[in-house]
Design a protein around this ligand. Structure first.
Ligand code: NAD
Length: 482
């Protein structure tokens, strides 16, 4: 593959002003996949200026909502029309199994554009019941302005779509910045937006790393940052955004608990938790990672899930039978290995996996699905986000302590409960501090369901009407009728 990509600034595809480029790699082989422009502060200035211009361009600012809806619908059609090629590109650049790229990444990206196409004609103000005599008051929902959309490497196309579709539905203009590990499908998405007739300057795309990200978050002409990534970078963004008090939405890390109650259907829990833990090799912010299992069922659960995990085919994402693809980079392999070593050092019992597979897979960034039992609440593998295929099994005797143990974390993105008892399900759903609680199921996402976290998992919510709130300002208009 010989890919060479540039920056989209206004209507032009251009190299970085400095001429700098970086290489993106295929994580299944460690080989270069393509070369991409490496944006610096000067390019970010240009992209923000183009987005500022796009905001007042009548072709966008005066586009009727119904026409904006047609553009978004057109992007969804193009995503679907190019699904095979885009899915292949996502798998090559990110590593996820092709089936996941097709049924999760591509499907959700198209769905989210369709969903927000519908919203374009439904973003309404209200009349307010004010008590000042001889006046009336109404509200307008207006675009925030220039939005920087900064995304991580685990689901590049899908997460870019989560942000881009509602930002456009609300009439904003954007500068997209994908993660440096996985830029290719986001560049493709920007190209499809132009093809769908989104006017020049409305969608700009700068590829690059933290330098470009920082330049965007510090930029005085950027009005909003929508960020998905690590909690550590999220905190830096809050500081950088203070300069002009940018609006900030943050979707950050997680350490989701999964509770397996005494009455749970263990076989269903094994299947569901395995998928919930190992989708995209565990590189999922909502991945189930700490399993609190009733002590009377813990042996059975551990044995079954460890056996199932060790039987999953590990291989390149393009392999026809692959269930677990590579991690995204060598850095991520090192991170996961460090946590596995820490688990052993701190006294957890390594039941299965724990290392890199050899043979044909030795050159790629693969890691075996790994199951630990006998984990205690204080261990690093129970507390810190690993973002890899590592399952930590803890046991409990006292169900009354469950919520407190599940909540003993700085994160609060997702949680899961496996039980047949409605009272247990509803009581735990109410008492666990997490943005989404899943009962007897995988961590699903849907454009209509709010997504986001408590605590260090972030600020604000994506999806549904929440994203419309996050991408609009409310203006009040007073009229003197006297
Ligand atoms: P990261 O924070 O390292 O990078 C994310 C993005 O931020 C990249 O585009 C990167 O170039 C950019 N960036 C880096 N430094 C920056 C800075 N100082 N200013 C501005 N931008 C900067 O995250 P990652 O390693 O790509 O992704 C993994 C993390 O993302 C995990 O913590 C995971 O939980 C989180 N995540 C959260 C969600 C969610 O919905 N809550 C979804 C996916 C991933």
């Amino acid at each position: 593959m010989d890919v060479r990509e540039q920056l989209l600034i206004g209507e032009r595809w251009v190299p970085a002003a400095s001429g700098a480029e970086f290489t993106t790699y295929n994580p299944a082989t460690g080989e270069p996949l393509g070369v991409v422009a490496d944006a610096g502060a000067e390019d970010v200035d240009d992209a923000v200026a183009a987005a500022r211009q796009g905001l007042i361009d009548p072709a966008w600012a005066q586009l009727p909502p119904a026409a904006r809806a047609r553009s978004l619908w057109g992007v969804a059609d193009l995503i679907e029309g190019n699904a095979d090629e885009l899915a292949r590109l996502e798998t090559l650049d990110q590593g996820q199994p092709l089936g996941v790229a097709k049924t999760v990444s591509l499907a959700m990206a198209a769905d989210v554009f369709r969903y927000y196409a519908g919203w374009c004609t439904k973003i309404e103000g209200t009349t307010s019941a004010v008590s000042v005599p001889g006046t009336m008051h109404y509200t307008r929902r207006e675009p925030i302005g220039v939005c920087a959309l900064i995304t991580p490497w685990n689901f590049p196309l899908m997460i870019a779509a989560w942000k881009l579709a509602p930002a456009l539905a609300c009439g904003n203009t954007v500068v997209l910045k994908p993660a440096e590990q996985t830029p290719l499908t986001t560049v493709a998405l920007a190209r499809l937006c132009r093809e769908a007739g989104v006017p020049a300057g409305v969608v700009n795309c700068v590829t690059g790393g933290p330098v470009a990200g920082r330049a965007l978050t510090e930029h005085p002409d950027v009005d909003k940052v929508s960020f998905t990534g690590s909690t550590e970078v999220g905190k830096r963004i809050v500081v950088a955004a203070a300069g002009n008090l940018k609006r900030v939405t943050l979707e950050l890390g997680g350490k989701a608990p999964s509770i397996i109650a005494r009455d749970a259907d263990i076989d269903a829990a094994v299947t569901g938790n395995l998928q919930g833990a190992l989708l995209n090799s565990g590189q999922v912010c909502a991945a189930y990672t700490r399993f609190y299992v009733d002590s009377r069922r813990v042996e059975e659960f551990t044995e079954k899930i460890a056996t199932a995990a060790s039987e999953l085919p590990v291989g390149p994402g393009l392999g026809p039978n692959t269930a677990v693809g590579p991690l995204v980079s060598q850095e991520q392999v090192d991170r996961v290995s460090r946590y596995v070593d820490l688990g052993v050092e701190q006294g957890a019992h390594l039941v299965s996996g724990g290392g890199r597979p050899g043979g044909d897979l030795a050159d790629g960034y693969f890691f075996q699905p790994t199951v630990f039992s006998g984990v205690t609440d204080d261990m690093a593998i129970a507390r810190e986000e690993i973002f890899g295929p590592v399952l930590s099994i803890l046991s409990y005797d006292d169900a009354d302590e469950l919520a407190a143990r599940a909540n003993d974390t700085e994160y609060g993105l997702a949680a899961c409960v496996w039980t047949k008892d409605l009272t247990t399900a509803h009581n735990l759903a109410a008492s666990i501090r997490a943005g989404s609680v899943f009962v007897n199921m995988l961590p699903f996402l849907d454009p209509a369901a709010p997504w986001g976290g408590f605590g260090s998992s972030g600020w604000g919510r994506e999806m549904g009407e929440h994203a419309i709130d996050e991408f609009t300002e409310t203006k009040g208009v007073w009229i003197n009728l006297a």
